[in-house]
Design a protein around this ligand. Structure first.
Ligand code: IVH
Length: 677
């Protein structure tokens, strides 16, 4: 680390300004100036300079958009001015009544100048800029007090970290509490759910939930991976701001680099607002994001002040909502549906009903928690909604309409497709079929088995797997090893040469490391890391297969959920049959090198708790290298508990059991290190 020279200070400032400019052009104006590669090069240079000169780091540097370490909880933030809500109207007549009231209160004006805007279906946020720098961002909460989501908001690329001074008419205010809506675009939303389905995670019901879920992440690095967008539509408290109307305000916001909707329009009177409402309603399905109506606001701020507010809603604005795309129908049945990853989700079969011109006959209930929370039963009368182009969903059931013949849905204990056990993931509302042969998930099972960090059969791409499964050439992973050239030649894009190559790769995959084979089995919760810990601990597939939950829990980093999944997986007859076949066709994993058999700590079991001067992994490595083993829970079988600072319940348990407790220095002595080394 060296003290930054003036030249470096200047370069850092230039890079930040340039990167801000390029982000603004790309994310706000949708008009990029440089290529992604050029942007990345500048970004990397800035990261490098900031790493070398930590004294130059700044909260508003573009490098701070990547997300920070997870927070424990969201702090409360008081809004300087309450964030109000809007009254709704749903028809032109009701809107005309609103307009009439405004004109009356305005002293009998002939017409009112409005700002009409899309009502974005997202999450309301407030961002405080002080001296042009983003200071704090919060959710609306109850309108008075929201949650501090600053770290998450900063990851949104279209949010300016510093306001720009670009127009003499609009000096950057000393303080600006700007309000807007964070949204998830439809296309990005579909992609997010596609990825979540592939990963076996619960799907978001609609883009608004996806936006809310992404903003409420305690780990902002997760938020950073979500392409959220923001549109600003108003201000709360401000100092040094002098604008007279919404039209001016939006002009000023844009000049400072804050994104506003391109769809905002000035309307000279109520008729123009109604025309805008109808036009937007007609375009609604084609917009890149979901809009549930329009917001009409009195354009002049002087008039707004005169109108004031009543019961938490301003008298100068109104939400003019589109007709909800809803319908009422009956649930004929609720059936479990098995997805590609084995996730079993309840689907409602409905009496067909037309909603917004589309006939709906089934709706996703997403997961068991939702079925229970909404208390949806077979035979219930329910309200269904089509939100944009999202799969229809059940909004609620009408419990008061029940006649007693309704039945509750229960998740089946075995898979409706393959009969293998269905296992619930604790904490998550996910149920999963664990059968390796399940036709619903076979493609995924094979794809995962052949993937890079598993059996690494490079030539076995997605398209080929699909063909092998669809043509009935493989019914489980072991069948791969029985494939012949005849089977392969004749498949799409499969000449004799590529068939020979693939068969060789399959043959060559017969001696994977045990860890790769375990990873390749696709046991829920068991990824690369857990697979290698299990391989190291049990040394053979047979031993792992016979392990009980207690033995599994002894393994470092293996928790109760993983232990449960592993036991369930190896108990399923279907999976045992596949493992037996794998052995028969000659798949023979290579056992990992055993722990040192002659170290000073051979046969000794350790539990680590509290903070040590080195990471837990490093401590575990040192103990392992000396022949000892580290487990995660304290039991009578534990030989030593190593307690660092702030050790908690594990230390107490160790004291209760009368186990030997070491501090870090004690551990180092056992390892044969010199004190103070
Ligand atoms: S202005 C006094 N403009 O709708 C409230 N709100 O029902 C002024 N919303 O909490 C709000 N698009 O989150 C305004 N163009 C828009 C909006 C909008 C969406 C949301 C906002 C607010 C809710 C009010």
């Amino acid at each position: 680390m060296t003290k930054a020279s003036r030249k470096v200070v200047l370069e850092v400032e230039q890079l930040r300004t340039a990167l801000d400019e390029h982000s603004h052009r790309y994310y706000v104006l949708d008009d990029p100036l440089v290529s992604d590669a050029e942007y990345d090069a500048m970004f990397r240079r800035l990261v490098e300079l900031e790493e070398r000169h930590p004294e130059l780091q700044s909260e508003s540097s573009p490098t701070r958009r990547v997300g920070a370490a997870p927070a424990e909880r969201f702090e409360a933030v008081l809004h300087s001015q309450p964030m109000l809500s809007l009254d709704n109207v749903t028809s032109p007549e009701q809107f005309l009544e609103f307009d009439e009231r405004v004109r009356r209160l305005a002293g009998g004006s002939a017409s009112i100048d409005y700002m009409a805007e899309p009502k974005l279906d997202g999450v309301a946020v407030e961002i405080v800029y002080r001296a042009g720098e983003l200071e704090v961002a919060s959710t609306r909460g109850d309108g008075v007090r929201g949650e501090n989501i600053t770290a998450n908001i900063k990851t949104i690329r279209s949010v300016a970290l510093r306001l720009r001074q670009t127009d003499d008419r609009w000096p950057v205010p000393e303080r600006l509490d700007v309000r807007g809506e964070v949204i998830y675009a439809r296309k990005a939303f579909r992609e997010l759910n596609r990825q979540r389905e592939q990963a076996g995670e619960p799907l978001f019901a609609n883009p608004r939930n996806a936006a809310a879920g992404s903003l409420r992440q305690l780990d902002s690095r997760v938020t950073a991976g979500r392409p959220l967008e923001v549109y600003f539509h108003g201000v709360g408290h401000a100092e040094g701001l002098s604008v007279g109307s919404f039209a001016d305000l939006f002009d000023a916001l844009r000049s400072w680099g804050l994104k506003t909707s391109d769809l905002n329009r000035r309307c000279a009177d109520a008729a123009a607002v109604i025309a805008y409402f109808e036009k937007l309603g007609a375009e609604r399905e084609n917009l890149p994001y979901e809009v549930d109506g329009i917001v009409a606001k009195v354009g002049s701020f002087a008039l707004q002040r005169r109108l004031g507010e009543v019961s938490r809603s301003p008298r100068w604005a109104v939400a003019f909502k589109f007709k909800a795309q809803q319908g009422t129908t009956r649930v004929r049945d609720i059936v479990p549906s098995v997805g590609r990853t084995g996730a079993v989700t309840p689907v409602a079969e409905l009496e067909p009903v037309s909603v917004g011109g589309v006939t709906i006959s089934n709706a996703s209930l997403h997961n068991m928690d939702e079925v229970e929370r909404k208390d949806i039963r077979i035979g219930d009368l329910v309200l269904v909604e089509r939100a944009g182009d999202v799969i229809p969903y059940v909004v609620k059931s009408f419990a008061e309409k029940r006649d007693g013949s309704e039945r509750r849905f229960a998740m089946p204990v075995s898979c409706p497709i393959c009969a293998a056990p269905v296992v619930r993931e604790e904490g998550a509302a996910i149920y999963r079929c664990i059968g390796m042969k399940c036709p619903a998930k076979l493609r995924e099972v094979i794809r995962h088995f052949a993937s890079k960090y598993a059996l690494d059969i490079d030539g076995l791409g997605d398209k080929l797997v699909a063909q092998l499964v669809d043509k009935g050439l493989v019914a489980d992973v072991a069948d791969l090893y029985d494939l012949t050239e005849e089977d392969l030649v004749g498949l799409e894009r499969m000449a004799k040469k590529s068939a020979t190559n693939l068969l060789r790769q399959i043959e060559d995959s017969k001696s994977p490391t045990l860890a790769r084979l375990i990873n390749g089995l696709g046991i829920p919760q068991v990824g690369e890391r857990a697979a290698s810990l299990l391989a190291e601990e049990f040394g053979s597939l047979e031993a792992l297969c016979d392990a009980n939950a207690e033995q599994l829990l002894e393994v470092r980093e293996i928790g109760p959920q993983t232990a449960k999944e592993v036991v369930a997986f190896f108990t399923a007859d279907q999976n045992r049959a596949v493992l037996k076949r794998l052995r028969e066709v000659g798949v023979n994993p290579v056992a990992p090198a055993r722990r040192r058999a002659d170290g000073p700590l051979v046969g000794k079991t350790f539990v680590l708790t509290g903070a040590l001067s080195v990471s837990r992994d490093e401590a575990a490595r040192l103990i392992g290298a000396a022949g000892g083993k580290v487990t995660s829970s304290v039991s009578k079988k534990t030989d030593y508990v190593v307690a660092g600072s702030d050790a908690g319940s594990k230390l107490e348990k160790a004291q209760r059991l009368g186990l030997e407790i070491l501090d870090e220095a004690g551990l180092r002595r056992l390892l044969g290190e010199e004190p103070g080394a």
